[in-house]
Design a protein around this ligand. Structure first.
Ligand code: ADP
Ligand code: CDP
Length: 241
């Protein structure tokens, strides 16, 4: 598989074309961003940890019947994926109240959400990813009704699978964001599932082990990601002294 030209460089990953028109390479960089790119920092090892973390989760999901773009790990910070026609939509499920839900609705932090909430956001940094609903998606033709239904079905399926996976590792899956894209008539899970795009709390202490450590300046960001990886059994390369 030969890397060709840079297709897109986002806030945390760079996407490259390959000699196969159906495949892309995702390069997980150490760049970390929050608040729609306002806060930026390079965090040593983050690209590598997220690449392995994402591969582990995507393979679990694929094996459990969630179709994903993931093909294989290529190097410490690169993975091969199917090239998707990404929908400009973010799907967010929440099991515990925190973050923008509390700011928007004035609800208390840390409530168990039963049933979990589901929200769509438009992927648009300039507009600060506004919340949208099914009606906006249909009117502006960002996706079809069948795709809306499929995104909801798959995002909730992921919730069932990953809540259990994280619970077994002593972690609470608080909330997370997924992105989907079209591939040969199907909708596949794309982008990434890493602690950059979800919230994970220690089940006993409720210590934050995700990107909120970066957003809130708590320090130990990559160390927290590595702790989660270790608890899940993700194999990371040895750190050279
Ligand atoms: P952002 O664009 O939000 O800054 P990233 O830095 O993570 O995010 O950039 C990765 C980009 O690649 C995202 O825009 C994402 O939608 C896109 N992407 C992820 N997976 C695929 C895929 N399989 N095919 C095409 N594009 C993808
Ligand atoms: O982070 P913030 O409080 O602004 O947003 P949120 O709506 O509470 O985020 C819900 C979940 O989606 C969190 O796990 C975020 O990490 C994730 N998310 C993301 O990965 N990318 C976005 N653009 C927005 C949210």
């Amino acid at each position: 598989m030969k890397k060709q030209s840079e297709l897109y460089s986002g806030k945390a990953k760079t996407v490259y074309t390959t000699d196969d028109p159906e495949k892309l390479i995702l390069h997980f960089r150490n760049d970390t961003s929050a608040f729609d790119g306002e806060k930026l920092q390079k965090l040593e090892r983050k690209g590598m940890v997220n690449n392995y973390f994402n591969a582990f989760i995507m393979q679990k999901l694929q094996a459990a019947g969630v179709p994903t773009h993931f093909e294989k790990l290529l190097s410490e910070d690169e993975s091969l994926v199917k090239k998707l026609d990404m929908l400009p939509i973010e799907c967010v499920v929440r099991n515990i109240s925190t973050g923008s839900l509390c700011r928007r609705l004035g609800v208390e932090e840390g409530l168990d959400l039963d049933p979990p909430t589901f929200e769509f956001f438009l992927k648009n940094d300039e507009l600060h990813d506004p919340m949208i609903n099914d009606s906006h998606i249909l009117t502006f033709k960002w996706a079809t009704q069948a795709e809306i239904d499929r995104m909801k079905e798959l995002t909730f399926k992921v919730n069932g699978l990953l809540k259990a996976l994280f619970a077994d590792a002593g972690l609470l899956l608080v909330d997370y964001k997924l992105e989907f894209g079209r591939y040969q008539g199907d909708l596949l899970l794309g982008d990434e599932f890493t602690p950059d795009g979800c919230r994970l709390w220690d089940a006993e202490t409720r210590e934050k082990l995700d990107k909120d450590r970066f957003r809130q300046g708590l320090g130990g960001v990559v160390e927290a990601y590595e702790e989660v990886a270790r608890r899940l059994g993700v194999e990371l390369p040895e750190v050279s002294a």
